[in-house]
Design a protein around this ligand. Structure first.
Ligand code: AMP
Ligand code: GLY
Length: 437
């Protein structure tokens, strides 16, 4: 079978790598892909942007693609799956209506409230209804969120009322364009975050392995929020009883609610959770896709064939599906370009990828591109393309061992001003040291 992966980041490299391992798969196309997918056996890049739905649909029809898996949220929110499905193309992902769970935070909060799913208390405003008096009456800190997709930058945690009013006014004033026309003002929750990702079709669901990412740029969870500087799987904070509670209190009512609202779900559903000190799994956000970089360590541990799972979901046979996991822990360390998450440098030559490829573990690419070799017979050159550049994933019988394998890869790789955290996995390692896992 032929598979199309939509997107060009680390998540999509991991998806393409995983699908290419399947004996059922003859070719994997990635649109637009990156240098890592270009160099992967059985994988070929296609020069179509991830949000060019019409061109993707033409490509899938012309090349008789058997299965399309969508990585990022934008094409899902734009209705890629609806268009593919209408055209008779098999596509794994939610409809635009179901993807609103990620596409609109105000819609998601109302959904959570309506279906009695735990989440922070909140209020929603547009420019006409904005009430700074409401904001000033709330307890600090306060969280201000742009309603729409803002590339992970639309959330501001405010320590003062002035800051919260200013953040809301700047969003309502057009800082994120249409995405900030509505804002959500939310109670700040304490606890530990976990990413809980499932494969769903209607009310049938198969959970993926748990994971935790590191959203802040700097060691010790300092510095600005990013798309994610590293992740590991499993997340020991999600104990078996908590896992059962998340399924019962979050995932199952969400899928039932979506079906009852007339927007049944198909695809990966990602609940970003804040586990309160009393164990309540509060929903911070939904994503209608896999997480990046969570996907990289999760797929390193998945032994089953991902294409079979996606097809079982499309065909509504998920109830019979089950997944086999590598018992080892996986730790993924993101290497980002200098300047990330603001304007980041690009076109630096990345050295050391070939020697890293001889070590155990796997380096997934994100913001990379191929440049012409410096002469006949020379190896391809890989350049940075900004943002998050690579994610080095190690496996180990302990989180410490997996972390060591990941950082052994990182140390092989160099470019000017590469930056990465040195403490990915520290919470799980502290738990390991404490004897609990
Ligand atoms: P979101 O895109 O909604 O997940 O927000 C991005 C990040 O902001 C989350 O991963 C949290 O670290 C933080 N965050 C969002 N909402 C809250 C909240 N209500 N309380 C505390 N932290 C939050
Ligand atoms: N790593 C967080 C996300 O993918 O949204």
């Amino acid at each position: 079978m032929k598979v199309l992966i939509v997107g060009g980041g680390g998540r999509e490299h991991a998806l393409a790598w995983k699908c290419a391992q399947s004996p059922r798969v003859s070719a994997v196309f990635v649109a637009p892909g990156n240098a890592g997918t270009a160099l992967e056996p059985k994988v070929e890049n296609v020069a179509i942007a991830a949000d060019d739905v019409a061109a993707l649909q033409r490509f899938a029809a012309e090349r008789a693609i058997d299965l399309t898996i969508v990585g990022p949220e934008a094409p899902l929110v734009a209705g890629l799956v609806d268009r593919f499905t209408q055209a008779g193309l098999r596509c794994f992902g939610p409809s635009a209506a179901a993807a609103r769970l990620e596409g609109s935070k105000a819609y998601a909060k109302d959904f959570l409230r309506r279906h009695g799913i735990p989440t922070a208390s909140y209020a929603t405003f547009d420019a006409a209804s904005f009430d700074s008096g409401y904001v000033r009456a709330q307890r600090l800190p306060l969280v201000v969120k742009a309603d729409g997709l803002a590339a992970g930058k639309g959330v501001v945690i405010c320590d003062t009322h002035d800051e919260a009013v200013a953040a809301a006014e700047s969003m309502l004033g057009g800082r994120f364009g249409g995405a900030g026309r509505t804002v959500v003002i939310e109670e700040f929750l304490r606890g530990e975050e976990a990413s809980f990702i499932v494969v769903a079709r209607g009310s049938s669901v198969v959970p993926l392995a748990t994971s935790q990412d590191h959203k802040r740029r700097d060691d010790g969870d300092a510095g600005p929020n990013t798309g994610g500087m590293g992740a590991y799987s499993p997340a020991p904070v999600v104990t078996p009883p908590l896992h059962a509670r998340i399924m019962r209190e979050v995932i199952e009512p969400t899928l039932r609610g979506l079906a009852a609202d007339g927007t049944p779900y198909l695809g990966f559903l990602y609940a970003g959770l804040m586990i309160a000190p009393d164990g309540t799994p509060n929903v911070l956000e939904f994503n209608c896709r896999l997480g990046d970089p969570e996907t990289q360590p999760i797929l390193m541990r998945l032994k089953s064939d991902l294409t079979l799972l996606c097809e079982a979901a499309i065909d509504d046979r998920l109830a019979q599906a089950s997944l086999e996991w590598d018992d080892r822990a996986a730790v993924g360390v993101v290497m980002a370009a200098g300047g990330y998450p603001d304007a980041s440098a690009k076109d630096d030559v990345i050295e050391g990828l070939e020697s890293a490829a001889r070590l155990p573990g796997k380096v997934f690419h994100a913001g990379t591109r191929l440049a012409a070799p410096l002469g006949a017979g020379a190896p391809p050159r890989v350049l940075t393309a900004g943002g998050r550049v690579l994610c080095a994933v190690g496996l180990g019988t302990s989180v410490v061992a997996a972390q060591k394998q990941a950082y052994d890869l990182v140390r092989e790789i160099h470019w000017d001003a590469a930056r990465y955290r040195r403490d990915i996995g520290y919470r799980a390692i502290a738990r390991e040291a404490g004897g609990a896992r």
